[in-house]
Design a protein around this ligand. Sequence first.
Ligand SMILES: Cc1cc2nc3c(=O)[nH]c(=O)nc-3n(C[C@H](O)[C@H](O)[C@H](O)COP(=O)(O)OP(=O)(O)OC[C@H]3O[C@@H](n4cnc5c(N)ncnc54)[C@H](O)[C@@H]3O)c2cc1C
Length: 374
Amino acid sequence: MTSNRSTVDVAIVGLGAMGALSAWRLAARGAKVIAFERYRPGHDRGSSHGDTRIFRTAYFESPDYVPLVQRAHVLWRQLEEESGADLLTLTGGLAIGPRDGELVSGVLASAQQNELPHRMLDASEMSQAYPQHRLDHGDVAVFENEAGFLRPERAVSAAAARAEALGARLMTETQVTSIEASRSGVVVLTSRGRFEAEQALITAGAWTSKLARHLHLPLNVERQVMGWLAVTDPARFAPQQFPVFIRETEHGRFRYGFPTTDGRTIKLGVHHEGGETDPDSIDREIHDADVKPVRDFARDNLLGVTGDMVDARVCMYTNTPDERFIVARDASVPGVTILSACSGHGFKFAPVMGELITGALLDDRAVPAIIHSA
Ligand SMILES: Cc1cc2nc3c(=O)[nH]c(=O)nc-3n(C[C@H](O)[C@H](O)[C@H](O)COP(=O)(O)OP(=O)(O)OC[C@H]3O[C@@H](n4cnc5c(N)ncnc54)[C@H](O)[C@@H]3O)c2cc1C
């Protein structure tokens, strides 16, 4: 084992969405960064793969997220400009469900409180504007303008590359085994030797609890499956015709979907309802029971989507009890900060979380109240 003494400010563990976007913001502030990733940025073993992630602003979970999404929007555009990569496509977004359901009432509250452009559509207006959706009796939809989709693999790779261009050192295919306190900060033990830094940031997604077991963070890893179903008339499912959507099918149960990005299929998913899993032994095979809910949803609620499942992939949510981010300091190893994943809705926030973490690590700034800090 070699020892790599250095004057690194921050060592980042995990270059997925949170780690790569944090590396970019930290490096942009002039911090000396080293980042460790067990695989390579943009890989498909964690939580940041599968071609698309929903971006939405009228946040049904709480209006307090809205300023964070709005700042993230600016930063996504900045990353696009710096990297030349196409990362965010605005299509508008539809929230569909009962008028008094969690989704529609939450979107409306968020939109009204933050004065976001939106419009309500009843079943007959929906059949005119978006005939791809079949609405149940009593269902309504809210259309919001500031929604669309992000490209996760591309975004993580672009952020990592920008961080590197700004001076960060990226150690890919390098597994971190532990982080210990040292006299001048922390020592990161990896499959490629020991590295010293003033501080460490753990952004290990589903593996976070494994690296910080002693903190007993309330994180629960959930297996999730995304499915790609063939459509009969791809032009009707193009991004300009078919906005991203979330639909509350029963109280508190959500399905979501995207326009086509391959001219052949649309991606659909079930929010939650997966089993608890371990990221090292997760079942990555696709079973009939995995794809049935998506097929059933398409059959009952969409027109022009076939039952032909062209592709399906396994991914992981890392859930916190109330689905908010957790930023935690490790009292037993001063200098270590943990930034959790965010219960299946965190991707869109990655650049703003990177910015907030940069403020917390470099300036000791507090994070907003919608984020748990411990
Ligand atoms: C199916 C699905 C759909 C989703 N849909 C949406 C959506 O529509 N909109 C939205 O905003 N969000 C969505 N999310 C949530 C979002 O994708 C996640 O919150 C986000 O990707 C989590 O990023 P992360 O950086 O925490 O984890 P990851 O991207 O998994 O990154 C963690 C990284 O740490 C590395 N690592 C772990 N342990 C070590 C170690 N010991 N040494 C070195 N490296 C290590 C891993 O290899 C990995 O690259 C969805 C998630 C899933 C699974």
